[in-house]
Design a binder for this molecule. Structure first.
Ligand code: SF4
Length: 358
């Protein structure tokens, strides 16, 4: 199968360069951007104000839909929908549409959140995560990152206006493509989604964090901490051996100087691993130093992994211990638990089924 680059990832400057190469005037770039992002056309033939020869040249070389949705899972809780897409080289990527919460006064909010993947598989091997079980295959291109948003809009029938980079992969390990995608997501001529509606989640990739800080946009940052001491964190997240807390925490302090929003520290509660009251006290110290909030997530059982979710009473006691230290804390039971919402699980199943069938 031929793999065509995606025109979605072309910035205005890159488009102008391409058009000059094709002997076309620069104003065509504005027309193409409008077709791609204002009208969301999926086919070059729909770009009716472009000369037919240019449409044919573009269609020959590029695609506007670098991924095709192959499976949609519905949750019985609300309307969370997880979908799996196949990319041109056959690899699978998953994304989750998260339902709008109720707005103020109980009115229906129009917020549509998409949980986006940034890589096929992941090299970081966090011990609670199904993506790590399959290892790393490749980075997504900027076009494939953007293509998930367009696919989600086609699946849901709604415009996406909130993004969380919490799907498969470590976004900051794919920083070049992430920054290209973000520049198009943020741009008025692109998706025009405000920085405060975009959350980047990281396992603690220190060089990527510094590049993201240099990018200089007031994005939200969620850090998978899952352990407030190196000893505990390294058990859950092997990345901690490469960038231990002594490197991660200063990088987060640097981020705080540029960001406008409190960092969120994600903390999955795993019985007999990181859920002791001693760890709660250490976590409170880290959160206070960073002026961060904490999001507790009772462990979501993953087939093939040994860990266990603590009892509800224990999770609540851990939460209360942080509250007693005046740390802003929320506890989130994974939405869509019944559709394998833990990162990577749907793809893991599909890859396993396909392997079994072949
Ligand atoms: S949690 Fe994120 S960084 Fe860790 S293995 Fe899974 S995808 Fe990779």
């Amino acid at each position: 199968m031929s793999v065509k680059p995606s025109l979605l990832e072309y910035t205005p400057e890159a488009l102008k360069g391409l058009l000059a190469e094709l002997g076309q005037k620069a104003f065509r770039a504005t027309q193409i951007l409008e077709w791609m992002w204002k009208h969301r056309v999926a086919d070059f033939e729909q770009m009716t104000n472009l000369p037919p020869a240019l449409r044919a040249q573009l269609a020959e070389r590029f695609t506007l839909r670098p991924l095709q949705v192959v499976e949609v899972s519905e949750s019985s809780i609300g309307t969370t929908r997880k979908f799996l897409s196949r990319m041109q080289d056959g690899h699978l990527v998953e994304s989750v549409i998260i339902p709008a919460a109720e707005g103020k006064g109980g009115a229906q909010s129009d917020r549509i959140t998409l949980c986006v993947s940034s890589q096929v598989g992941c090299a970081f091997g966090c011990r609670f995560c199904a993506s790590g079980l399959l290892g790393f295959t490749r980075n997504l291109t900027a076009g494939e990152i953007l293509g998930q948003i367009l696919a989600a809009e086609e699946v849901s029938g709604n415009r996406v206006n909130n993004l969380v980079f919490m799907g498969m992969g470590e976004p900051l390990a794919n920083i070049d493509n992430l920054l290209t995608a973000l520049s198009i997501i943020l741009a008025p001529h692109g998706l025009n989604i405000g920085a405060r509606h975009i959350t980047i989640s990281t396992s603690g990739n220190v060089p990527g964090l510094r590049r993201l800080a240099e990018f200089g946009k007031p994005l939200r940052l969620a850090v998978s901490l899952h352990g407030a001491s190196d000893e505990v964190r390294s058990q859950v997240m092997p990345v901690n051996r490469k960038w231990p807390l002594a490197q991660l925490l200063p990088a987060l302090h640097e981020w705080n100087k540029t960001g406008k929003h409190m960092i969120t520290l994600e903390y999955i509660l795993i019985q007999d691993v990181n859920a002791g009251m001693d760890e709660a006290r250490k976590l409170a110290r880290v959160a206070r130093d960073l002026n961060a909030k904490v999001n507790l997530i009772p462990y979501n059982t993953v087939e093939g992994l040994p860990w266990v979710r603590p009892s509800e009473a224990h999770c609540k006691a851990f939460c209360r211990a942080l509250m007693a230290e005046k740390i802003p804390v929320t506890m989130r039971y994974e939405k869509g638990h019944d559709i394998n919402a833990a990162c990577g699980q749907l793809r893991l199943r599909k890859v396993q089924t396909e392997a079994a069938d072949s």
